[in-house]
Design a protein around this ligand. Structure first.
Ligand code: KG4
Ligand code: ZN
Length: 341
């Protein structure tokens, strides 16, 4: 049996897991930093990297203990080294390099976006490749043609904000807590999604598989506080029903863009399978809308359970694919904050 320790510190979760070549999860710990970033309404990179430094060793210890294995029992150590916040990525990378050097373990690099899609492979137990991959998270909104687990080509993406980032910023405008996605989903349950006519940027530009959420965010701001509103105020002045209606209207606009472009990508690439990853895929309305689209357009849909949608180290089991292919790294391995294509 091959056992790999996987580390994940790309953003604001410090996570580790021990996975096997049969894709069994022997141990998995995710230490969230939500409490640290909440009062800022978003992730503060410097705070995130400092918190990773404090948490990475306890998280690794706890994961190994849960898995009932020692460092000597491992066959490799893997780390997400791209894309993400530079300071955060460096903490995971240094921990992995140190373990690799001290315990003579092969070092494996994980692409965080490929790992998000690989969560579908783990959760379903099926070979989901080739497929179209949609990643919708706090930092990324991308469409990929995925030939294999390790062969991805970008075919579309956001030209400004990521979908999750828009959820977080709109939540902050509405006086809702961070992370904004779950808060907006909750508020939207009591809201009327047809009350505000918000734009669906790039929706009808059939030639492009791109998203744009920054103008939608601005449209929300003007609806709430802009010129011509009965009262210019702050989020504290917003009535609960208005918050709920705006949350529902905004959520519907984002979901329509994500679903429409995914269906267009499947058509254009002549693919019958969509795999979705990233924190926004935890959204119940998004999942329901995708399921409806899958039924209407006859494609196979894979969305992992909630805890495999948001950042975790279990999806780092994609390292097994690199282990099998003999794709190991030297101690010169670096981080890459942006997409590597
Ligand atoms: O994948 P993830 O955990 O971290 C990144 O790699 O960015 O995604 C976090 C993002 C946050 O923006 C959060 O607001 C969003 O996912 N999110 C949601 C929901 N749960 C988390 N967005 C909409 N609805 C949700 N239920
Ligand atoms: Zn992520």
């Amino acid at each position: 049996m091959t056992r790999i320790l996987t580390l994940e510190t790309t953003c604001d979760e410090t996570a580790a897991a021990v996975v096997t070549d049969k894709l069994e999860v022997l141990g998995s710990i995710v230490a969230s930093q939500n409490d640290l970033h909440q009062r800022f309404g978003g992730v503060v990179p410097e705070i995130a990297s400092r918190a990773h430094v404090e948490r990475i060793l306890p998280v690794i210890h706890e994961t190994l203990e849960q898995a009932g294995v020692s460092l000597q029992d491992l066959d490799a150590v893997a780390v997400a080294n791209r894309p993400g916040l530079s300071g955060s990525l460096l903490v995971g990378l240094m921990a992995a390099k140190t373990l690799s050097l001290a315990h003579d373990l092969p070092l494996i690099a994980i692409d965080h976006l490929q790992a998000h899609i690989y969560a579908c492979r783990i959760a379903s137990g099926q070979d989901v490749f080739p497929c179209i991959g949609l990643i919708v998270s706090g930092g990324h909104s991308n469409l990929f043609r995925c030939r294999t687990a390790l062969d991805f080509t970008a075919i579309g993406g956001t030209i400004d904000d990521a979908a999750g980032e828009a959820f977080d910023k709109v939540a902050s405008m509405l006086g809702l807590p961070y992370p904004g996605g779950p808060a907006i989903e909750q508020a939207a349950k009591r809201g009327d999604a047809t009350r505000f006519k918000l734009p669906r940027p790039l929706l009808h530009d059939a030639k492009r598989l791109d998203f744009s959420f920054s103008g939608l965010k601005t449209a929300v701001r003007y609806e709430l506080f802009g010129p011509g509103r009965p009262k210019m105020g702050t989020e504290a002045d917003l009535k609960p029903q208005l918050i709920a209606d705006m949350a529902a209207s905004f959520q519907a606009a984002v979901i329509e863009c994500l679903v429409t472009k995914s269906v267009a990508a499947l058509r254009r690439e002549n693919s019958g399978r969509l795999c979705v990853g990233g924190g926004v895929a935890a959204n119940g309305c998004f999942r329901a809308a995708m399921e409806k689209a899958a039924e209407e357009n006859s494609f196979e849909l894979f969305i992992p359970p909630l805890k495999l949608c948001t950042d975790n180290a279990v999806m780092g089991a994609i390292a097994i694919e690199r282990y099998r292919a003999g794709l190991f790294e030297s101690l010169d391995l670096d981080i890459s904050a942006g997409l590597v294509r």
